[in-house]
Design a protein around this ligand. Structure first.
Ligand SMILES: [Zn+2]
Length: 458
């Protein structure tokens, strides 16, 4: 498939372009154009913007941690090698001998003939600027196409997600993220999202869904209907959200989430305005594991015995039928949830009382148990939101304590077992199957790369 930015550039050569000021511009050769187009689309910002002369600007770029741009490096090398008559008359000065190879040779050659090189560089740089303007225009046009895909577009949920979170600016920010993950025409992928009409357990799936993912959701819904639909008087879950323009990772390491592909759903992230089905992060799981280890030594546990690896959450089985695995995952999560609730019932109030007014020592075995339990509570509070609150506010107002009160009341999972199992039976992966974190609300397509290829945007 052709590169849309290169296509635009080639098109700009067919007739005089208003953004080109020079009558005799330096046209970027194909080799440079190909590298630069990739770089521009991968990062969406200039890489190691080179100086008009040796020195200052390059050092500044380095200090800011900007990565060197290969396209510009290749262009500079090429410029140093080209004969003088390849340039507009202004640059027709004596040129240095072509360097044999390597950047050091090039640097020496350029230093030896700084002025002629600078004169060559100016028209080339003007052309690179021109390519950047083409890119920015292209991205703006893509977003405009997104906005025009349906009229009126205010009911089109995938676009609405963009509009509410930052519009064209957000699209420009995320386009390189999509591009790096091989979605080379993200606006077309987003336009494919089905705006609605898919229900799971009677609840409409919101925010746009990739057509391939629609099939999986329909399948899952089929399993639910056969098993439990009649058992629920009211909706067993309240909200299912799919498309969300929100990448994973940070900086240039960001990559597409399955939500960005319309290929993942979150079920009841909140319910009645309270957090449910949490996405537990690594440090939270460690703290939960401490709870499990603690009550493995006491009698309050509901779950199975602690496994050798030290973490129940890390020990979900890889084998078995999807249904068996789903049943196992769900039961494990429920057990962990029950254990943590029982632990909080036993210790959270006592910890708060103790933290407010430290009490006298107990008899030694009880003291040791209490100390250990309080350490575990402290760790839970820290990882679930911390102690920060206004000076006179009671401990109950600390975000960590509030979050734990919620866990104490509602546990870690409110999605009914039958819905959970139907999703996995249909071929989706649960966020509980992640290695480092456990995302209880989350269900996604198993192989997003197949989906990207199937969408025709490899
Ligand atoms: Zn999710």
């Amino acid at each position: 498939m052709s590169d849309p930015l290169i296509d635009l550039y080639k098109k700009s050569l067919l007739s005089p372009h208003p953004w080109r000021t020079s009558r005799a511009p330096f046209l970027l050769p194909d080799s440079v154009l190909k590298i630069m187009s990739q770089e521009i689309q991968q990062f969406g910002r200039p890489l190691d913007w080179p100086p008009d002369d040796e020195g200052g600007a390059k050092t500044q770029a380095k200090a800011k941690g900007v990565r060197p741009g290969e396209g510009l490096t290749v262009l500079r090398r090429l410029l140093a090698q080209l004969p003088a008559d390849a340039f507009p008359p202004a640059a027709a000065a004596p040129i240095p001998p072509a360097p044999a190879s390597g950047m050091e040779d090039l640097r020496l050659a350029m230093r030896a003939s700084r002025k002629p090189f600078t004169e060559r560089w100016q028209p080339a740089r003007a052309e690179v600027d021109f390519l950047w303007r083409l890119y920015e225009q292209m991205v703006a046009d893509e977003y405009a196409q997104l906005k025009n895909v349906r009229k009126p577009h205010d009911w089109w949920p995938a676009l609405q997600e963009f509009e509410q979170r930052g519009g064209a600016t957000l699209y420009a920010d995320l386009r390189p993220v999509y591009f790096r993950s091989k979605v080379t025409r993200p606006h077309k992928l987003i336009m494919m999202m089905q705006p609605g009409g898919v229900r799971v357990a009677g609840v409409p799936v919101q925010q746009g869904i990739h057509p391939e993912f629609v099939k999986l959701l329909r399948k899952a819904d089929g399993f639910i209907k056969r098993s439990v639909a009649s058992q629920f008087g009211s909706a067993p879950v309240k909200y299912i959200g799919c498309f969300r323009p929100d990448p994973l990772g940070v900086g240039d390491a960001r990559h597409v989430s399955n939500h960005m592909l319309g290929a993942a759903v979150d079920i009841d992230a909140t319910r009645d305005k309270v957090a449910r089905n949490p996405h537990l992060q690594k440090d939270q799981i460690k703290a939960v594991d401490r709870v499990l280890a603690f009550h493995a030594k006491t009698t309050i546990g509901h779950g199975p015995a602690l496994v050798a690896s030290g973490s129940w959450l890390a020990d979900f089985p890889a084998a078995g039928t999807p249904e068996d695995r789903a049943q196992h995952l769900y039961t494990e999560m429920l057990n962990v949830s029950l254990d943590v609730r029982a632990f909080l019932d036993a210790w959270l109030d006592r910890w708060i009382v103790f933290t407010n007014v430290p009490q006298s020592t107990l008899a030694s075995p009880a003291q040791a148990t209490r100390d250990e339990a309080f350490q575990v509570v402290t760790e839970l509070v820290r990882t679930f939101g911390g102690m920060k609150r206004s000076a006179r506010a009671p401990l109950e107002d600390a975000p960590g304590v509030k979050a734990l009160r919620n866990v104490q009341k509602n546990g870690f999972v409110s999605i009914p077992a039958d819905i959970f199992i139907a999703m996995l039976k249909a071929g989706l992966r649960s966020g509980l199957e992640y290695g480092a974190a456990k995302d209880t609300m989350h269900f996604e397509i198993k192989s997003p790369s197949a989906l990207i290829a199937a969408s025709g945007f490899p």
